[in-house]
Design a protein around this ligand. Structure first.
Ligand SMILES: NC(=O)c1ccc[n+]([C@@H]2O[C@H](COP(=O)([O-])OP(=O)(O)OC[C@H]3O[C@@H](n4cnc5c(N)ncnc54)[C@H](O)[C@@H]3O)[C@@H](O)[C@H]2O)c1
Length: 417
């Protein structure tokens, strides 16, 4: 077996992007995975994805209405790529794992910590790979920043800031992103940033946070978010207004196990003065992090130099820095800054995710972001939300094992776990 046969489960906006991501991998000549089936209870979505796949790969995948039907009837299937709304991740992923499929699941791994734990237990019980699509860390700039930190170029990191503001009063992509029991926006967007914090600095120890729903009504977005046919149809069918039940603004201080402090601001309600700032300060310098999928350079400020080092200049201090061969094939050798549009970069990162997942199966090795890493990112977000409800700081460990779950209990009930 040199190619993993995958069924796409969830043919919505991100499911469509996954197909284009796999095409991107194909273009490198390094493809080790193929889509042989698509599955969605909405037949129109499944058929549209099958047509996209046929156009991209010259072969129409089989179409199914449920993951169990797909697992039972699709011959030679190795894995499921779970891209449904988050409130279904655990049920769909566990159904696939129980039927012997390996699973790659979009972020957030599960809707709650309990849902994530179920997925980990099911994967272990059936001895299957479980890989979580935390895409931001795979951007070459974040590979570089992690090396800068690991090699001690900024000394001991003692503080990180992660601030972002925007979103206004529009629906962010889909209505479900504003509903607590379906995948609130603090989780859906915040989990990306949580994973980056953990990727840069290691485990989190405690959190003191606050969160609230600022926008009581949100309006249909002005544009479809991406250029694909599915996204146009999704927007055309969207209701004019949504009444959010999920927090859209959060602030927190996170204390890492290393002792570093992280200042967190995620404001998805800001209508004016949108901004993004991420930086890590250490005892020997600081690094300014430009975010993901934009190709912009990181800027390293070593304490003992008058001028900062920008983008590729940083490589002068990291002579051994290498991107892995697939990242190099997609972005270019040592491409720590790049000329691709955010959409192009998005597809290249998806190509990386498919490749790494397939390699984990083919070579029986753990995926980079396994269930435990996926759970930790989800738990960090819930630690902020749980802390806001509790009015006190919380230990991450207590949230990760489910000892603290007052905020999540109502969601767990809604999703029946
Ligand atoms: N990594 C990223 O940058 C990124 C970006 C966007 C979305 N996502 C993630 O991708 C996931 C999907 O988001 P989206 O925007 O595509 O949502 P979406 O609402 O556009 O699509 C979800 C699809 O899942 C289908 N579905 C529902 N129940 C199903 C079931 N039981 N089996 C199979 N399919 C089912 C729906 O019919 C729909 O077609 C979410 O977890 C989201 O957070 C990740």
């Amino acid at each position: 077996m040199d190619r993993i046969r995958i069924g796409l489960v969830g043919c919505g906006g991100m499911g469509t992007r996954h197909l284009y991501g796999l095409r991107e991998l194909r273009r490198t000549g390094l493809a080790n995975a193929e889509i042989v089936a698509v599955c969605d209870p909405k037949q129109e979505n499944a058929e549209l994805a099958a047509s996209e796949a046929e156009r991209l790969f010259d072969r129409r995948p089989e179409v199914f209405a449920s993951v169990s039907e797909m697992a039972e009837r699709c011959k030679g299937l190795d894995a499921a790529d779970v891209v449904t709304e988050p409130h279904l991740h655990h049920a769909v992923a566990c159904a696939a794992l129980e039927r012997g499929l390996h699973v790659m699941v979009e972020k957030p791994m599960g809707l709650t910590v309990k849902a994530c734990r179920r997925m980990i237990e099911t994967a272990a019980r059936h001895n299957r790979k479980l890989s979580v699509n935390e895409n931001y860390r795979r951007d070459p700039v974040n590979r570089l920043i992690r090396q800068v930190i690991d090699k001690g170029l900024i000394g001991r990191p003692y503080q990180m800031i992660h601030h972002s503001a925007g979103g206004g009063d529009r629906v962010v992509i889909t209505p479900w992103r504003h509903l607590k029991a379906r995948g609130g926006i603090t989780l859906d967007v915040g989990v990306h940033f949580a994973d980056i914090i953990l990727y840069y600095l290691g485990d989190a120890a405690s959190v003191f946070g606050s969160a609230e729903v600022v926008r009581e009504v949100r309006h249909r977005p002005a544009n479809p978010n991406r250029p694909y046919e599915f996204h146009k149809r999704r927007l055309a069918g969207m209701e004019e207004t949504v009444r959010p039940t999920a927090e859209d603004v959060s602030a927190a201080t996170v204390r890492m196990a290393s002792g570093a402090a992280v200042d967190w601001r995620l404001d998805m309600a800001a209508k004016r003065m949108g901004y993004f700032r991420r930086a890590v300060y250490g005892t020997k310098g600081a690094i300014d992090c430009p975010g993901e999928r934009n190709g912009r350079p990181a800027t390293l400020h070593p304490e003992d130099r008058e001028k900062p080092l920008v983008g590729r200049e940083i490589l002068g201090m990291l002579p051994d820095f290498e991107l892995d061969p697939v990242t190099s094939a997609l972005f270019g050798k040592k491409a720590v800054e790049y000329p691709f549009s955010p959409d192009e970069a998005d597809l290249k990162i998806l190509a990386l995710e498919y490749h790494e997942f397939a390699e984990a199966i083919l070579n029986d090795r753990p995926p980079e972001v396994d269930g435990v890493a996926g759970l930790k990112a989800v738990a960090l977000i819930y630690a902020i939300l749980e802390s806001s409800v509790a009015g006190t700081s919380l230990r991450l460990e207590d949230v990760e094992v489910g000892k603290v779950d007052a905020y999540q209990r109502e969601i767990d009930e809604a999703i029946g776990i």
